[in-house]
Design a binder for this molecule. Structure first.
Ligand SMILES: Cc1cc2nc3c(=O)[nH]c(=O)nc-3n(C[C@H](O)[C@H](O)[C@H](O)COP(=O)(O)OP(=O)(O)OC[C@H]3O[C@@H](n4cnc5c(N)ncnc54)[C@H](O)[C@@H]3O)c2cc1C
Length: 570
């Protein structure tokens, strides 16, 4: 468990199958699809070597390009910023290169099984991430309204936190069929998952997270809702999510996306970078030793796309920042959808009008982080009381607070080595409060906040390099951290996610496929970016007249049996 408030009722029975991000909207086993020896499908030999534009070199684009290359197509990847996108690992100038900061994704649940497939393929290791009250986190401080509580387990916190946990569990059970869904997800009981979820979608699409709490008898106490908002049920305070659709939150808790997190040793950006260079053992058409890198001039993706339009023969014509124009039968677009409204000049004819509405209504969360390198994990030093007697406590802890910093994470690699502090990780309004401040201004405010919580700790004296920071809403090729649906957005989300089923679109609207975190049901989790990439791969294969092996049907082959629930449009 990773939070001061358990995400959900614990199901400790080891005999049960594990929870995975299997639905609930589209319960397709992407992990089994990837593990199957028959592979993801084949395209006719006449199409081998055909170029496919892949716009965006984040995880979704790189996974799609990698799988299309294995099928014998020639992906042409366009990337405006750097390979990895929101898997962005940076170093600190002048410091040991082993010291890194995860500016985007940093912790991954074991329920991300498609992601794990690629982590294993890339030969990367993971280790537990030091979330609040996680087993490997030495200690956690919860500081609310000027009062701090030191805890190693939830039992060390005052009773009110356990009351909040109980309220959340009751609320989930009463309002969202938690135990039933948990069982159905573990057993991959598709009819039951669909039955439960269809009712929840119909009942709750109009509801905010906060409204859902307020409607529950269990959460009738304002104080409980406030504490819940400040320290969250997950990985920090979630009151910034209160205006979002409750369906977004249920997707996370039902699939345990917020539980048992692990980090990638050496940084998450290594994953797309290794896939870029990887030479698959099994590859069609291309000779052994081919990689995405080797298929690109100078081993680099092409630059930013600046224009996208349809040309005769229903082709997709792509213009890039170098002024090069190339035309493709098929393109996959994996960047944030808002790029299509601003940074890229687009034809209206690229998508049906209802898809444009959905793109235009896409709602993003903001998010900021700031990291500093320090000389050693000094937080593990033992504190003494006013009379100099040892207290047995760490001098500083993973910290959750209602102050500006909100969440402070302590990241070490052993007792005698330099370490890193994520002084603050925030979302939405809390992130916007940092936006106009420079990295050093942010650092000063953060040190002041933490100084109030730890008056006897001189954090500054341990800093060995300049801070690094990001506000994703201010990044020109992202414009936000990740999509978060508001109430009433279900229909938009459904249109975007199902865009890969192009036989259902008018013929003159086919050939460009949306993919990526932005159209996933679980935005903000890399697993969803991969799932949508695999949908697009299936869509492209199908577009070229290809098929999957009968023993390994793809997401489009079984679509009608598991299609996301449809709400009336009138
Ligand atoms: C702050 C933050 C924290 C997160 N935490 C977690 C976490 O802990 N666990 C987890 O699983 N997930 C997390 N995520 C989500 C995860 O990072 C994403 O799901 C995943 O990285 C998205 O990959 P993608 O390929 O869909 O999109 P992106 O990574 O955004 O890739 C799209 C790419 O398109 C490029 N691009 C944009 N415009 C153009 C253009 N005009 N031409 C060419 N290229 C263009 C961009 O530069 C980018 O590289 C987090 C994300 C953020 C921002």
């Amino acid at each position: 468990m990773t939070s001061t408030v358990p995400n959900a009722i614990e199901h400790a029975d080891e005999q049960q199958p594990p929870i995975t991000m299997f639905g609930p909207d589209f319960p397709y086993a992407y992990d089994d699809f990837l593990a199957h020896p028959a592979g993801l499908g084949q395209i006719p030999a006449t199409e081998h070597g055909t170029e496919v534009a892949v716009i965006g070199g984040g995880l979704s684009g790189i996974v799609a390009a990698y799988e299309l290359m294995k099928m014998g197509l020639k992906p042409v990847v366009y990337e405006a910023d750097r390979i990895g996108g929101r898997l962005r690992t940076v170093g600190f100038e002048g410091c040991d290169p082993s010291l890194t900061a995860e500016m985007g994704a940093m912790r991954f649940p074991p329920s991300s099984t498609a992601l794990q497939h690629y982590i294993d393929l890339a030969g990367l290791e993971t280790r537990p991430f030091p979330n609040p009250l996680a087993e490997t986190t030495p200690s956690t401080v919860v500081d609310l309204k000027g009062e701090s509580h030191y805890a190693e387990t939830i039992d060390d916190l005052p009773q009110v936190y356990r009351d909040v946990a109980a309220a959340w569990n009751a609320c989930l059970e009463e309002g969202a069929d938690f135990s039933d869904m948990n069982r159905a997800l573990r057993e991959r009981d598709v009819p039951r998952i669909r039955e439960i979820w269809a009712k929840l979608v119909e009942r709750l699409d109009n509801q905010t997270f906060y409204g859902f709490l307020c409607d529950s008898e269990a959460f009738k106490s304002f104080r409980h809702r406030e504490i819940f908002g400040q320290v969250g049920f997950g990985t920090g305070g979630w009151d910034t999510d209160f205006p979002n659709s409750i369906l977004e939150i249920l997707r996370v808790v039902h699939t345990e996306a917020d539980d048992h997190h692990r980090g990638i040793v050496g940084g998450s950006q290594q994953l797309p970078l290794r896939l870029w260079e990887r030479e698959p053992e099994k590859i069609t058409h291309w000779s052994y030793g081919t990689s995405l890198k080797s298929l690109h001039d100078e081993g680099e993706p092409r630059p930013a796309v600046t224009r996208l339009h349809r040309t005769a023969g229903n082709r997709i014509t792509v213009t890039d920042a170098d002024g090069d124009i190339r035309t493709y039968q098929v393109a996959i677009f994996t960047a944030q959808s808002w790029m299509l409204l601003s940074k890229i000049a687009c034809d209206d004819s690229l998508f049906p009008i209802d898809h444009w509405t959905a793109i235009e209504r896409t709602h993003y969360m903001e998010s900021s982080k700031l990291f500093v390198p320090v000389d050693r994990p000094f937080w593990l030093d033992k504190a003494v009381d006013d009379r100099g007697n040892p207290t047995g406590r760490d001098v500083m802890s993973m910290t959750l607070t209602d102050r500006m910093t909100r969440g402070t994470y302590l990241l070490d690699d052993g007792p005698d080595k330099p370490a890193v502090i994520c002084l603050s990780y925030t979302w939405c309004d809390d992130s916007l409060k940092w936006l106009p401040l420079s990295a050093n201004e942010r650092l000063e405010v953060m040190l002041k906040s933490l100084g109030e919580i730890y008056p006897n700790v001189d954090i500054r004296s341990h800093v060995i390099g300049d801070p690094v920071t990001v506000s994703w809403e201010n990044e020109p090729y992202f414009m936000g951290a990740f999509k978060a649906n508001l109430p009433g957005h279900y229909r938009y989300q459904r249109r975007l996610f199902t865009h890969f089923m192009q036989d259902r679109l008018p013929e003159d609207k086919r050939g460009i496929f949306l993919a990526g975190d932005d159209i996933s049901w679980t935005a903000g989790w890399a697993e969803g970016a991969i799932q949508t990439a695999l949908n697009a791969v299936w869509g492209v294969m199908h577009h070229f007249g290809g098929t999957t092996d009968a023993t390994n049907p793809g997401p489009g082959d079984v679509y009608d049996e598991i299609a996301p629930v449809e709400l009336p449009e009138d």
